[in-house]
Ligand binder design. Sequence first.
Ligand SMILES: Nc1ncnc2c1ncn2[C@@H]1O[C@H](COP(=O)(O)OP(=O)(O)O)[C@@H](O)[C@H]1O
Ligand SMILES: O=P(O)(O)OC[C@H]1O[C@](O)(COP(=O)(O)O)[C@@H](O)[C@@H]1O
Length: 304
Amino acid sequence: MIYTVTFNPAIDYIVNVSHFKTGEVNRVNSDIKYPGGKGINVSRVLNNFGVDTKALGFIGGFTGNFIKNYIEDEGVKTDFINVKEDTRINVKLKSNEETEINGYGPTITEENLNSLFDKIKKLNSEDILVLAGNVQKSVPRDIYAQIQNICIKNNVKVVVDTTGEALLNTLKNKPFLIKPNKYELSEMLNVDIDNMDDIIHYAKKLIDMGAQNVIISMAGDGALLICNEGVYKATTPNGAVKNSVGAGDSLIAGFLASYYKEEDILKAFKLSVATGSATAFSLDLCTKEYAMSLINQVDIKKIS
Ligand SMILES: Nc1ncnc2c1ncn2[C@@H]1O[C@H](COP(=O)(O)OP(=O)(O)O)[C@@H](O)[C@H]1O
Ligand SMILES: O=P(O)(O)OC[C@H]1O[C@](O)(COP(=O)(O)O)[C@@H](O)[C@@H]1O
């Protein structure tokens, strides 16, 4: 089973406004609410691919229930821990530019954390665990590293998709896969990144620091994979972007949907990029059929 953990789920409130102006009353052309948060998105796409997945994490209030009911109706299994405050709402404003306002999120207590640890202790070597998204300020910065330590004992593969210090803290525990985008790569290592050589150089540093496989996602410029076999670059398929929220999460889901079945890193990389793009070209997260229809347009080249 592929488990995901989302510490800070969100309702993604997508708002389309033709010509957004600050300091004025703006009327929406259309709006829609989706369940969001990185691990939840990964589980939703895995479920679309027919892969058995369970979403763990913390939800609260009516906003939390919206997420739970929505994804359970789609067929995603859940085992959330209820917290006292409401799950956050993240606003994704689509106008001439895309603007995101991500909420703060509810407090997580030590008791909440212990309940999560108990659930994770039950995973075994057949399972994969995805730790995805930012964690609330109330949570220790090394929480993902603490969870990895439980997983190491039970031989569970761990994928980490977060940023900054929280991600750096996980490297010593050798995560199976990490997926910073190029801005997150530059931010976490506190370096300027100007070109592809810089991206490769710093992505290799993450391998030296402990990551087993690194994907650097680069939106419309595709993605890079750094693994045991070398460095590979993937192009993206052609298409018109409708909503890129969740494209990175979809990339991870596509990777795992393939890897879980075939354990072939390069095949998984190809599907991952097709899946990320399929979501970017869709209003909601993509279907399996759409991702599969794009896969032959993804060109992968070994670059070193
Ligand atoms: N504009 C785009 N055109 C085509 N594919 C895209 C576009 N934006 C995102 N994608 C796909 O989604 C993947 C992840 O997107 P990216 O924006 O890099 O991740 P994140 O959402 O984590 O920042 C990319 O590697 C690519 O496959
Ligand atoms: O946990 P964070 O970093 O605040 O991000 C949460 C947001 O990221 C998303 O999971 C989308 O992530 P990506 O676009 O990077 O795939 C949204 O659903 C959610 O609003």
